[in-house]
Ligand binder design. Structure first.
Ligand code: ATP
Ligand code: CA
Ligand code: CA
Length: 461
């Protein structure tokens, strides 16, 4: 952020970056529709498609007011297959990403990545480092193998990998006159980014948010982070706030832990480390109290403001827009394509659900309170309780998986910071990381409710 308050990334104002990203994705996804659907071949993973976007426009690209740029799409056919696997239609993908301005999120991470969120809350764009993009490219075949075998997963869902490259020419040269050498000398800036699933609803205010690794070293949110209105807290904060953890009924607990185990096995097999479990908590009882207090304190002026900024209040404008534009009859929910509940229990009868039951996705052990009407503010979360017995809905997923041990090791070598014999620990570190991560979440964060919660009949009105 510079003096005038303009946010930039790699010296590029983010508003321009955002617009270019939207143009690029629109062209890339739109252009694919002319290519017939077919099975993914191994070589599709290595393909990089490059399209030039001159300001004056071209027969492939629209005119725009920004600097000329190149837009690269990695493995377009493979990602198309992947989006299809998750039920994302090309039109919906473009509508979400390209039709309306993106929202920029403040990133509590240290890496300096930029995060954008689509208006409908479905997709997150995250800028990644060169090495991370390379790693994702190498990961793709194995990742696809896993995802197509196992849709019950909390691993991040990558829907696309792209690169924005702006043209930089020597002073006094224009594109027409520049030679290849001019370009080499100046180089273009590469900004790589992925499109992923958003895990946390933004139209309802979550009461707590944690980014946890199962480690205690430096795992406390900074003062600065904690002063934010919706801070992302860490492991030590969680243990302070929830010394008894969060209680899930047996079936849900088992489904969740089993999912995490399978996911960690995959991550370990790729020697991936430093990932986190992102956990958002929506406290229904607290939400009801807040609602009542608000109703008391503020009379009916809330209607003038259209309910904006009222936690927790589902964004009805969004609901209308989505159902209208997409011609779908169900309500907006976090993860239209997969909710946390579906991620751990599978979503085989997803479409059936949506037609028959608009409020709550059915699942095999919904506690009775989940059918109450206020849950429709925040559907799809995993039902749980805190130590006080308050009813919670949990949103979660594994994030930040593009750090492979091999990259890290190289970094450590160059920094000459290896304390223990590099080779012996190299084999064990990802496995140690996964074990600790699992152990922590299976014992400290999530616990089985001692007495099972009451079950309701699986079909609701
Ligand atoms: P670092 O490497 O320093 O940990 P990073 O820039 O790689 O940070 P992440 O760790 O991926 O960033 O994410 C940082 C924060 O962004 C998370 O703690 C979370 O609050 C938010 N975030 C990341 N991915 C998602 C997602 N898919 N859905 C919702 N929020 C997300
Ligand atoms: Ca991280
Ligand atoms: Ca990271």
């Amino acid at each position: 952020v510079d003096k005038s308050g303009i946010v930039s990334y790699k010296k590029k104002p983010t508003s321009e970056l955002m617009a270019a990203i939207q143009l690029g994705i629109g062209q890339s996804v739109g252009g694919l529709s002319s290519k017939p659907e077919r099975d993914v071949l191994m070589q599709d993973f290595g393909v990089v498609e490059v399209v030039f976007f001159p300001g004056e426009g071209s027969n492939l690209t629209p005119a725009h007011h920004y600097s000329d740029f190149r837009f690269k799409t990695y493995a377009p056919v493979a990602f198309r297959y992947f989006r299809d696997l998750f039920g994302i239609q090309p039109d919906d993908f473009m509508l979400s990403l390209c039709d309306e301005p993106l929202k920029e999120l403040s990133n509590p991470g240290a890496s300096g990545s930029i995060f954008y969120l689509t208006q409908d809350d479905e997709f997150i764009i995250k800028t990644v480092q060169h090495k991370e993009a390379d790693f994702l490219q190498k990961l793709l075949p194995g990742y696809f193998l896993n995802i197509s075998q196992n849709k019950r997963t909390l691993l991040p869902k990558f829907y696309g990998l792209y690169c924005y490259q702006n043209e930089v020419w020597l002073k006094g040269t224009t594109r027409k006159h520049a030679t290849k050498d001019d370009k080499k000398q100046c180089g273009g800036k590469n900004i790589r980014f992925t499109v992923m699933n958003n895990l946390l609803p933004s139209t309802v205010k979550l009461h707590e948010k944690y980014d946890m690794k199962g480690s205690t070293y430096k795992r406390k949110a900074s003062k600065h982070e904690r002063s934010k209105s919706s801070p992302t807290l860490k492991d030590l904060d969680f243990m302070d706030n929830h010394p008894d953890g969060l209680q899930l009924d047996k079936d849900t607990y088992d489904a969740l832990i089993k999912t995490l185990q399978r996911d960690c096995r995959v991550l370990e097999s790729f020697k991936i480390m430093d990932y986190s479990l992102l956990v958002g908590i929506y406290n229904l009882d607290l939400a009801n109290k807040e609602k009542q207090q608000q109703a008391q304190h503020q009379s009916n002026d809330q209607f003038d403001r259209g309910g904006r900024g009222y936690p927790p209040h589902s964004d009805t404008r969004n609901v209308g827009r989505n159902s209208l534009q997409r011609g779908k009859s169900f309500k907006t929910r976090i993860g239209q394509y997969s909710t946390p509940m579906e991620s751990i229990q599978g979503n085989t009868d997803l479409t059936e659900d949506l037609e028959e039951d608009e409020d709550v996705p059915s699942d095999f052990n919904t506690p009775h309170w989940l059918s109450s009407s206020h849950v429709s503010d925040c559907p799809g979360g995993i039902p749980a309780r805190n130590a006080k017995g308050e009813r919670l809905l949990i949103y979660l997923g594994i994030i930040d998986i593009l750090q492979s041990f091999r990259l890290k090791k190289r970094l450590e070598h160059t920094m000459k910071s290896i304390v223990i014999d590099g080779d012996t620990i190299s084999v064990h570190r990802p496995s140690y990381y996964a074990q600790r991560f699992l152990q922590y979440h299976a014992t400290r964060v999530f616990r089985k409710t001692p007495t099972p919660l009451k079950h309701s009949p699986s079909k609701k009105k």
